[in-house]
Design a binder for this molecule. Structure first.
Ligand code: G6P
Length: 367
């Protein structure tokens, strides 16, 4: 096992470091000569033009990818998206749009609820596209179309590279659908693709600074509650950051769309509670800052994750983590990295089993 960890103490950290490669390989599998080519996935332009609704169905972190992709697909490709938890979707009697596309996202391709939800959608006559990491898995075999993420085998229960590869796969879908529908120019198309291609090196840069997060994690290892707040894409990042922290460090944490704090959660904010804000969306930046200030005035300790350039953040929050800039639709791929590291280092500081957290399984093949 030591050999498999390639010098890392845990699989999770090894896989965090494999993210640039996972993303690069996944992008390279569909980007040919600077354009996205879905021939291997077998999605035609006629089909793309026909889809009037997208349903994204998944569990866990894959569902978080769906939440993030919803913002990106709706904004770029102007197709309404519903993101559904597979365990809910499969039992719900909802009218489905006949020319809708069901995108199921699953690292393992074996999650029982996701598989059942996909079968249900197929039975109702909808087209299915699976974004899957494991070749030949049940979901990959049964889906109409498959977009393989090339993250390689993921061992750690808490997903990192699987998640990151899924995210760029969904970004490619958003960009390609926007192009085929004539919603973006050739220049914008090339710009989005080249921005996606910068993500791996930017992640490498974030990882160089990991000791700062390690230091911060040691301070907060004894926290009982942590809140993550953000808006838009940043809210989706919060969902994932919160799950990473709670699943491996056993600290209660919740992610909130920042504007929802005032509808209940703010009553839980008291002295020294850690509130982590993710602020990468310029349109929403001031709004989230003001929500964080409301927490600060009630005693919260604030950590902010934002992009380089937003240096005034340091006047507002107690601990700031900067990530490089990429087109704002894709910022989630960068903002999530410090949060993965935070979950990892808190778990390590507490002496927990990082790769195999209690009660959890890598692949949930039961209902
Ligand atoms: C488990 C894993 C999660 C994963 C979820 C969905 O809960 O621990 O990391 O996100 O299953 O798995 P899938 O293989 O369908 O992506």
């Amino acid at each position: 096992e030591a050999a498999e960890k390639a010098g890392f103490e845990h699989f999770m950290m090894k896989e965090i470091y494999e993210q640039p490669k996972a993303i690069r390989d996944t992008l390279n599998s569909v980007v040919k000569d600077g354009v996205i080519d879905f021939t291997d996935i077998d999605i035609t332009e006629e089909e793309i033009k026909k889809y009037s609704q997208i349903y994204i169905v998944a569990c866990g972190s894959a569902w978080h990818v769906g939440v993030e992709a919803q913002y990106v697909i709706e904004e770029l490709a102007q197709i309404p998206v519903r993101v559904e938890l597979a365990s809910e979707f499969r039992y719900r009697e909802m009218p489905l749009v006949k020319d809708g596309l069901v995108i199921v996202i699953s690292q393992s391709g074996e999650t029982a609820d996701t598989l059942a939800a996909m079968r249900m959608a197929k039975d109702k006559g909808l087209a299915t596209l699976a974004v899957v990491n494991v070749i030949g898995s049940s979901i990959a075999r049964e889906a109409d179309k498959v977009f393989y993420t090339l993250a390689g085998p993921e061992i750690s229960v808490a997903t990192t590279k699987g998640y990151s590869a899924q995210l760029v796969a969904l970004d490619c879908i958003a960009v390609q659908f926007a192009k085929v529908k004539g919603l973006i120019t050739d220049e914008q198309y090339s710009y989005y693709i080249s921005e996606l291609q910068t993500i791996p090196e930017k992640i490498e840069k974030i990882l160089q600074d990991k000791e700062r997060i390690q230091w911060f994690a040691a301070k907060y290892a004894n926290a009982h509650d942590v809140f993550f707040v953000g808006r838009g894409v940043d809210y989706a990042v919060c969902l994932e950051g919160s799950l990473k922290l709670k699943e491996i460090s056993y600290i209660h944490s919740e992610a909130y769309a920042a504007g929802e704090l005032k509808h209940g959660t703010i009553s839980l904010i008291e002295d020294n509670i850690l509130v982590i804000g993710v602020l990468t969306q310029s349109k929403l930046y001031e709004k989230t800052v003001s929500n964080m200030m409301e927490c600060k005035s009630r005693g919260a300790y604030l950590m902010g994750v934002t992009n380089y350039g937003n240096y005034e953040m340091e006047d507002k929050v107690d601990f700031t983590v900067y990530v490089p800039k990429v087109d704002e639709h894709f910022m989630g791929s960068l903002a999530v990295i410090p949060l993965q590291l935070l979950g990892y280092y808190v778990s390590v500081a507490k002496g927990l089993d990082v790769d195999k957290p209690r009660n959890l399984a890598k692949s949930v093949t039961v209902e």
